[in-house]
Ligand binder design. Sequence first.
Ligand code: AMP
Length: 248
Amino acid sequence: MKVLVPVKRVIDYNIRPRVKADQTGVDLANVKMAMNPFDEISIEEAVRMKEKGVATEIVIVSIGPAQAQETIRIGLAMGGDRGILVQTDAAVEPLAVAKILKAIVEAEQPGLVIAGKQAIDDDSNATGQMLAALLDWPQATFASAVSKDGDTLKVTREVDGGLQTLALQTPAVVTTDLRLNEPRFASLPNIMKAKKKPIDVKTPADYGVDVAPRLSVVKVTEPKKREAGEKVADVDALIAKLKSVGAI
Ligand code: AMP
């Protein structure tokens, strides 16, 4: 089974984002970028499937600027086989990403697409679901365990207050949650080997997809600054204080 893994280049999760002075978005100038953390989990899962003989080939796709090649290379160093970069400098919204992925799925015919549950920059949590809808494929979101038996995938999902297990027929779309696995680090020899793995470079126009935005951002603001705390002398003072503010 061929597995397609879409990966997004986003602001590194260790970096505290700064909002631009004109409040139109987050300042990305000279900011460290990295692979969306959920996408690392997707690659890890695909590589484990390959190690078990369930997956035969792992194709890593990114839609983004030329530098997204570096993100694909990390995925190739983790165990991906080849990459597809759909190059654009536009900020591509989930619907356009899903349309491009649909066209790639039609050309590549994978048995499974494993995407992240959300990209940590726009927090849309939409692309996997839109792709499944466009393809009319079954989907299982927020996966915390995945196994395959014949044409059936068993996916455990983290839902409020418990776990839900679904059985779906492949081909299917799965989106990954944080506890699915712990992604491996790409070793230096594998980073060197990944340099030789092929990456096809395409454009959205090659897939006939118009990436013009359909949403407009009205305003982006910093979270409210936390107010300073107050130290109280003892438990009685704490209880009196909590009562006075109506917290208990
Ligand atoms: P989102 O719906 O934007 O929260 O993103 C969910 C998932 O869709 C991500 O974890 C990726 O797997 C995939 N995805 C979103 N945007 C892109 C992109 N520009 N290129 C490749 N994959 C993407």
